[in-house]
Design a protein around this ligand. Structure first.
Ligand code: SAH
Ligand code: SF4
Ligand code: F3S
Length: 476
C-alpha cells in the first residue's frame, strides 16, 4: 500500500492561513473517458453542505463518463460522503462500510470511497486504514476538485488517501454540478467556520471561514433561474459572516439584496448565527418579498453559563431581543432552531432555562440533540457530568415543549391559504402532493393538474405537529 499521505491535523487547523487560495476547476481531458460504461452511487450523510458536495461529486463523475446507478449494490463506484458532527452519525457509517466486505469479496472490481467530514478526522482515518481494507479511496472535504486524479489512480489498483488539512484555505470555482432537483438549488456562499464553538467538530473538518466572490454566487443563482429554478438556499455554516474575509462590512445583507434582484422566486439561507445577525439583514428580509419569512437560528441553550462554556458569544437575553425584533419587523416569520441537552456540567436548573427559552420563543420546530463529545474539541476535555438517562430524559422533556408549540403554530394556519412550492408526490400517499410553504411549513395537499416545481396556493384544512394538510385552490 502507498504510505505517501499525511493525516488530517486538528492542531494545524487552529492556525488559520490568512490568504484564501482561489482557482478554477479544470478536468484533464485524458480523464474524461475513465468512467465510460461504469456507474456510481453516492450515500450522503449530514448537513446541506454535504448534500451540495455530493451534487458536485456527481457532476465531476458524470464529466468523467460515469452514469448514476439506481441501486447502491449495483454501482461500480460507491462513495460515502460522511458527517462527523455526532458519534451516532459516525457509527452508522462505520456499520455500513463494514458490511461492504461481502460485496467486495463477491466483486473485487467494485471501488469504494469515503469522503466528507469523517475523512478529516485523524482517528477515523487511522481506524479506516487499519480495519477497513475494503475502502479503496479516502479523500477529505478540501480535495473534491482533485477527485478525477485520485479516482483514476484508485481505478488502477492503488489505495489512495488524500486527507491532509493543507487545502483548507482554498476555493475552487467552476466545478460541475449534477443537482438533485431542477427547481430547488443549494448555492454555497461560503465555506468553513471560524466560530470554534467548544463542542463542535465542523471548524476542524471544513477549514477556515472563507467567502466566495459575490459575482460567482450571483451567476450561479441566475443560472438556476434561467434553467427554470424557483428556489435557492444560500449555504454556509454561519452565513451572517459572509464577506468579512473579503473586507465587506455588511456583506451578507448586500448579497441578499443582490440575490433578490435576480428575480428568482424564493431565497432561503442556512445557517444563521445569532452573534453576527445585523439589523440591516432583518430589514432586507422584510423589504425583499422573494426572501422567505423563515429563519433557522440555532440557539443551543437557554443558560448564559452554558452558552459561555459553548463559546457562542451571546446570551439568552440577547437572543430573545433578536427574536422579538424579528417578530416585530417581519410578522408571520417562522422560527426554527437547534438545541443541545446534556452539555458538560449542565445542571437541572440550567436545563430549565432552556425549557423557559423554548416556551418564550414558541419555535415552529427544532432539531434537538444529546451532547456528543468530539475528539479534539475543547468540550471533550470537560468532565461529562450528566448521566445518559438524565440526558435522554431532558431530551424528551424538551421535545414535548417543542412539539406543543409546533402543533399550536401549525393549528393557527388552519383555514388560511399558504403558497407552496410542490416537491412532487408525497412519499406516503400517491394521490397527495408535498411541498414547503413560504414560511417553510411542510404541507401535504391534494389537487388537479399539479406538477413538481409548481407554486400552488393551498387552503389548509388540518394541522399536525410537524406537517399540514390542505387542498390546492390555484396554481400561481
Ligand atoms: N453551523 C451551524 C450548525 C452546524 S452543526 C450552526 O452553527 O448553527 C448542526 C447542529 O448540530 C448544531 O447547531 C448543534 O446543535 C449540533 N451539534 C454540533 N456539535 C454537536 C455535538 N458535539 N453534540 C451534539 N450536537 C451537536
Ligand atoms: Fe459548529 Fe459553532 Fe461553527 Fe456552527 S458556528 S459550525 S456550531 S463551530
Ligand atoms: Fe456533518 Fe460536516 Fe455538515 S460534520 S453537519 S457534514 S459540515
Amino acid at each position: 500500500m502507498n504510505q505517501n499521505y499525511r493525516l488530517p491535523d486538528h492542531n494545524a487547523e487552529r492556525m488559520r492561513m490568512m490568504d484564501t487560495v482561489r482557482s478554477e476547476f479544470h478536468l484533464d481531458p485524458a480523464l474524461t473517458e475513465c468512467g465510460r460504461g461504469k456507474t456510481y452511487f453516492i450515500r450522503t450523510y449530514g448537513c446541506q453542505a454535504n448534500v451540495r458536495d455530493s451534487e458536485t461529486i456527481a457532476g465531476i463523475l458524470e464529466e468523467m463518463g460515469f452514469l448514476p446507478a439506481s441501486v447502491m449494490e449495483e454501482a461500480d463506484v460507491l462513495l460515502f460522503n460522511t458527517c462527523a458532527v455526532r458519534k451516532a452519525a459516525e457509527e452508522h457509517v462505520l456499520g455500513e462500510i463494514g458490511s461492504l466486505k461481502t460485496l467486495k469479496r463477491n466483486d473485487p472490481d467494485k471501488l469504494f470511497a469515503l469522503c466528507g467530514c469523517m475523512a478529516q478526522e485523524e482517528s477515523v482515518v487511522s481506524q479506516i486504514l487499519r480495519s477497513y481494507p475494503q475502502i479503496d479511496l479516502l479523500f477529505g472535504t478540501h480535495n473534491l476538485s482533485r477527485l478525477p486524479q485520485l479516482l483514476s489512480r484508485a481505478m488502477k489498483g492503488e489505495r489512495v488517501v488524500e486527507v491532509e488539512s493543507e487545502g483548507s484555505g482554498s476555493i475552487v470555482e467552476g466545478m460541475p454540478v449534477q443537482r438533485t432537483r431542477s427547481f430547488k438549488a443549494f448555492v454555497n456562499i461560503m465555506y468553513g467556520c471560524d466560530k470554534f464553538c467548544t463542542y463542535c467538530i465542523v471548524p476542524y473538518t471544513r477549514g477556515k471561514e472563507r467567502s466566495r466572490e459575490m459575482e460567482y454566487i450571483l451567476e450561479e443563482i441566475r443560472g438556476v433561474k434561467q434553467a427554470g429554478g424557483k428556489e435557492v438556499t444560500l449555504l454556509g455554516q454561519n452565513v451572517n459572516a459572509y464577506g468579512k474575509d473579503l473586507g465587506m462590512q455588511d456583506g451578507f445583507t448586500e448579497l441578499l439584496k443582490r440575490a433578490a434582484e435576480t428575480g428568482i422566486e424564493r431565497i432561503r439561507f442556512y445557517t444563521s448565527h445569532p452573534r453576527d445577525y445585523s439589523e440591516t439583514t432583518i430589514d432586507a428580509m422584510r423589504d425583499c418579498l422573494n426572501i422567505m419569512p423563515a429563519l433557522h437560528l440555532p440557539v443551543q441553550s437557554g443558560s448564559d453559563e452554558i452558552l459561555r462554556k459553548m463559546n457562542r458569544g451571546y446570551t439568552s437575553g440577547s437572543f430573545r431581543t433578536l427574536y422579538d425584533r424579528m417578530k416585530e419587523k417581519i410578522p408571520g416569520i417562522t422560527f426554527t432552531t437547534d438545541l443541545i441537552v446534556g452539555f458538560p456540567s449542565e445542571t437541572e436548573a440550567q436545563f430549565q432555562e432552556t425549557l423557559d427559552l423554548a416556551e418564550y420563543c414558541r419555535f415552529d420546530s427544532a432539531f434537538t440533540f444529546v451532547y456528543s463529545p468530539r475528539e479534539g474539541t475543547p468540550a471533550a476535555k470537560m468532565e461529562d457530568t450528566v448521566s445518559l438517562s438524565e440526558k435522554k430524559d431532558r431530551l424528551q422533556r424538551l421535545n414535548e415543549v417543542i412539539g406543543k408549540h409546533a402543533r399550536a403554530n401549525n393549528e393557527a394556519t388552519v383555514g388560511k391559504v399558504l403558497r407552496v412550492l410542490c416537491d412532487g408526490r408525497s412519499k406516503k400517499k400517491e394521490e397527495t402532493f408535498a411541498g414547503y410553504s413560504e414560511e417553510n411549513r411542510l404541507v401535504n395537499f391534494t389537487g388537479e393538474g399539479i406538477r413538481e416545481g409548481d407554486i400552488v396556493d393551498v387552503r389548509i384544512t388540518e394541522a399536525r405537529s410537524f406537517s399540514l394538510f390542505g387542498e390546492a385552490v390555484g396554481i400561481v
